[in-house]
Design a protein around this ligand. Structure first.
Ligand code: UTP
Length: 502
């Protein structure tokens, strides 16, 4: 994979707005001419045969595209694949704050928790879910957040997060704002889903949806691909696009008005995440970090997670596909553990001023996220306008990754977390990281909490209980809060199949 090309603030985003261009013939003609001059005139190959509504759709797609950016990305990213993606000179494993049970300082963790709780009470922290992905691997029809995921009640991912956020707000005496990034494709469905369920008991004025940006797909020669004769093959610009979308949508301004300076970032596919984690928030604040991350020790050398590393004094995430196998396998002679141990699980805390700088592509600080190239099978049309479903990758999508902001963050910090308490993503329809593995991980967590609180419950060697039980985040969302609620139950319910604690 060639080295990614940096994104800079748009120089010549095709200027007219979709509304303006569609209203005037002259505006449409000017836009078409811009495309023609940029060598992208084929986008309008079928324009003359389209009806007015279809023409407007195509023009609106085209108006979103920054042709300079596409030309730059095509020049830098469409070379022959296979070149090393990153320079490995001076690469070393990143330091991180270990958990107390793994040698961390219990007093420092306690101080962090106290600081995080104070920030939550002061209303400085908001939750942020990126939910703009296409979820192709899961193959579910609908916004991924509407996928049912809990073992008994079949609560959706969005409901689980909503209950966790509500519980954290209640616990700290201050309701928490929740920002949700959607895509063009799922925005309306996501909003409708929340509205139909009364926002799961959250104040709708504190749940904010905004769309992420889109990028056109190009063929291997950099020509923009049509999806149909009247639409361009546009797709979301990656979770890294969240930083510019937060700025563009006005979300950062809203945070400023509300006194929010700290954003807790997590992905829509991980119901185990402690989206509001006081200790994590506190570590971030006490260290004056602009962007902090959670790590888990990799489960095995070839686990497909990014690796936290340092290079030239900067913290970076190196994707598993970019770290040579020899390094992935390397062990520490003293401990026998993997040297490149720290796996990234896409859980971050970001300072809102830092997001603003990243969104603006603050080139003074070199803060310009690079685009990455992903080769995909992109449905398109042939020269006659007939649909084509490619059998092998026929084009390239350009995506931004949020972890590429880390090297630019002051005092960037990594802390350890327990996988079993923070990470079980639903990525695939079956097998690894699937609804089945996630269900089992939730069951193991509920069983651990029950047993820690003194309840009798049989489990197998992996901790999976023999009966299916479920705990609402409003009853308990970690071992301590669960134990607190459990102690108050009198009499205690029998722990049998179907027990739901709310
Ligand atoms: P993934 O990398 O798992 O991608 O996203 P995906 O699009 O959801 O799924 P596949 O690869 O098509 O199967 C990780 C997280 O980043 C979000 C996703 O919604 C998910 O929460 N994401 C990803 C965005 O919000 N926007 C994007 O453009 C890409």
């Amino acid at each position: 994979m060639p080295a990614p090309a940096a994104s800079t603030p748009s120089a010549t985003v095709a200027t007219a707005t979709a509304a303006a261009i569609s209203e005037t013939e002259a505006g449409a003609a000017a836009l078409i001419e811009t495309f023609r001059r940029a060598g992208q005139g084929h986008v309008f190959a079928f324009y003359e045969r389209l009806d007015p509504a279809a023409r407007r759709r195509l023009l609106a797609d085209a108006a979103e595209i920054d042709l300079d950016e596409i030309a730059r990305l095509s020049a830098t990213l469409l070379g022959p694949s296979g070149a090393p993606a990153i320079n490995l000179d001076g690469l070393a494993p990143a330091p991180y704050e270990p958990l107390p049970e793994n040698g961390g300082d219990p007093a420092a963790w306690a101080r962090a928790k106290t600081a995080g709780e104070a920030a939550l009470r002061a209303g400085r922290v908001a939750a942020f879910t990126v939910a703009g992905g296409q979820g192709t691997r899961l193959g579910y029809n609908g916004p991924k957040g509407t996928f049912p995921v809990t073992p008994l009640k079949r609560k959706t991912l969005f409901q689980v997060f909503a209950e966790k956020i509500r519980a954290a707000g209640l616990r700290h005496g201050r309701p928490i704002h929740w920002f949700i990034m959607t895509s063009h494709a799922n925005h309306d469905a996501t909003e409708a889903f929340f509205a139909a369920r009364a926002h799961f008991g959250l104040d709708p004025a504190r749940v904010h949806f905004f769309r992420q940006g889109r990028m056109p797909a190009v063929d291997l020669n950099g020509k923009i691909l049509l999806e149909t004769t009247s639409s361009i093959a546009m797709s979301p610009d990656g979770h890294g696009g969240s930083l510019r979308a937060l700025a563009r949508s006005g979300a950062l301004d809203l945070m400023d008005r509300e006194g929010i300076d700290t954003l807790s970032y997590f992905q829509v596919d991980n119901p185990l995440v402690r989206g509001i984690d006081p200790a994590f928030i506190g570590w971030h604040l006490l260290r004056g970090s602009a962007m902090s991350s959670k790590m888990v020790p990799k489960a095995y050398a070839a686990e497909k997670v990014g690796h936290f590393c340092v290079q030239n004094g900067r913290l970076i995430v190196v994707e598993y596909s970019d770290l040579p196998k020899a390094l992935q396998d390397e062990t520490d002679p003293a401990t026998g553990r993997l040297r490149y141990l720290a796996g990234s699980i896409a859980i971050h805390i970001l300072d809102t001023k830092f997001i603003r700088r990243a969104a603006a592509g603050d080139s003074g600080a070199g803060l310009a996220l690079p685009f990455h190239r992903a080769d995909k099978k992109i449905p398109t049309v042939d020269a006659a306008g007939a649909p084509v479903k490619p059998e092998k990758p026929n084009g390239v999508k350009f995506e931004l990754f949020v972890f590429d902001a880390i090297p630019f963050a002051e005092n960037a910090l990594v802390i350890e977390t327990r996988r079993a308490d923070d990470f079980s993503p639903v990525k695939n329809a079956a097998g690894l990281d699937s609804p089945q593995t996630c269900r089992e991980d939730q069951l193991r967590q509920f069983a651990r909490w029950l047993r820690a609180a003194g309840a009798a419950l049989a489990t197998d060697a992996t901790g999976l209980p023999s009966v299916a039980v479920e705990v609402s985040p409003l009853f308990g969302y970690d071992e301590d809060s669960f134990a607190g609620s459990w102690q108050k139950l009198n009499p205690k319910p029998a722990v049998t199949e179907g027990l739901y604690l709310e």
